[in-house]
Write a protein that binds this ligand. Structure first.
Ligand code: PMP
Length: 402
């Protein structure tokens, strides 16, 4: 078939191939990017869905406004206010079908073929694919344990004059890194200085294990005059409440929201009103703080267990920074003791031993680091994590090939 030329810019992800193997019985998977289904507040959501249908069936089941269901916009504005975004109003955000759609709308509204966009190395795979589908040339900025390296980022902005910069500053997927407050302030200053749009993708910021992370770049924009008009922010209910609801949101300058709304209208008309009304009732019910506390506690225990097990079973053959939140460990095979350095080969051996993870290479838009890997600790309990990491140790201890 004669498909559109834009499809030439993307290919089916290598990760999908790996996922086909996950059906093997007995596999312990650290591969997914999913939250744990056991964390879903089913009772709370049942109540919320029920209320949505009884109190406002017209709103919950009828077509709705493209910008979003008003009671949900009101609740989301209050949720963002509680996270330090003081001046946000319901009209200052639009509801999207997951934050994935917010990213797609940013691509659709901002990227013409050949435009440059700066992303982190590594970054969220679906964003790489989505921006490439619109013909973006992706430029990569390096990341360390404190998030994107802002001095390098500023050089890249000055050199490439990108359409925008895409960052996942808090517990990024896959890096797990947290951008320091100091660097957040620098990002805001460079947004103003270079008049560059910064897209902050923040689906994991609420999943912290100890101290809360610094406020979002959006929240901090109130401290840097003139910066707010250069910030777009994507939020999501997926990792804290339920990804199946497909409720996300986009905050940004009014003219950007107007164009994104127009594009959304031609795409899905609006996000499911039933899902929106359910999410609105859920936020209104006041159950969210308890749900967040529970989810944080469980994931913190799992992250702790995975860090300890990796140290015990893989020792100096692997290096990583213990994540302070989110769902992921980002690690690098060191090759110490003549052990494997190639994470792709390691993934194949690991599957043979009954454990899965994702090699890091596909998360790089350019110049992949083949020694990297992503391990999710979200869906396996502590016993499974220990068993799975034990299997990783066995897979890495196997016969070596160079
Ligand atoms: N951004 C990042 C960084 C993600 O990891 C994900 C989900 N894995 C998304 C956006 C999309 O999430 P959703 O569409 O479910 O809100």
């Amino acid at each position: 078939m004669n498909f559109a030329t834009r499809l030439n810019n993307v290919e089916t992800s290598a990760i999908r191939e790996l996922f086909k193997l996950l059906g093997k019985p007995g596999i312990i998977s650290f591969a997914g990017g999913f939250p744990d289904s056991a964390m879903f507040d089913v009772e709370g959501l049942k109540e919320a869905a029920n209320k949505a249908l009884t109190e406002e069936p017209g709103g919950a089941l009828q077509y709705g406004a493209t910008e979003g269901y008003e009671p949900l916009r009101t609740q989301l504005a209050a949720f963002m206010q509680s996270k330090g975004v003081k001046d946000i109003e319901p009209q200052g955000l639009i509801v999207t079908t997951g934050s994935q759609q917010a990213l797609d709308l940013l691509g659709k509204t901002m990227i013409s073929p050949g435009d440059k966009v700066i992303v982190e190395a590594p970054t969220f795979l679906a964003t790489i694919q989505c921006f490439r589908l619109y013909g973006a040339e992706l430029i990569t900025a390096p990341v360390d344990a404190n998030g994107v390296q802002t001095d390098k980022l500023e050089q890249l902005i000055a050199e490439h004059k990108p359409k925008f910069v895409y960052l996942i500053p808090t517990f990024g997927n896959p890096s797990g890194a947290m951008l320091s407050r100091e660097r957040r302030m620098k990002v805001l200053e460079m947004a103003v200085k270079h008049q560059t749009l910064i897209v902050e993708d923040d689906p994991y910021g609420d999943l912290y294990f100890g101290e809360p992370p610094p406020p979002s770049i959006l929240a901090l924009s109130s401290q840097v005059p003139g910066s707010r008009e250069w910030i777009a922010h994507c939020g999501s209910m997926s990792k804290v409440l339920s990804p199946g609801l497909r409720v996300g949101w986009l905050i940004g300058p009014p003219e950007l929201l107007a164009k994104a709304t127009m594009c959304k209208q031609f795409s899905d008309a609006h996000t499911s009103t039933f899902a929106q009304a359910t999410a609105a009732q859920y936020l209104k019910s006041g159950r969210m703080p308890a749900t967040l506390a529970k989810v944080r506690k469980v994931y913190a225990e799992r992250a702790q267990a995975m860090g300890a097990a990796l140290k015990k079973e893989l020792g100096d053959a692997i290096e990583f920074t213990q994540p302070q939140g989110g769902l992921f460990f980002w690690a690098r095979l060191t090759g110490a003791g003549g052990k494997l350095k190639d994470a792709g080969e390691f993934a194949k051996r690991a599957i043979e031993k009954g454990v899965a993870f994702v090699p890091g290479a596909p998360f790089y838009a350019n110049d992949p680091d083949l020694s990297t890997l992503r391990l999710s600790f979200a869906t396996a309990d502590v016993a499974k994590i220990e068993e799975g990491v034990g299997r990783l140790g066995k897979a890495l201890a196997g016969p070596q090939v160079e």
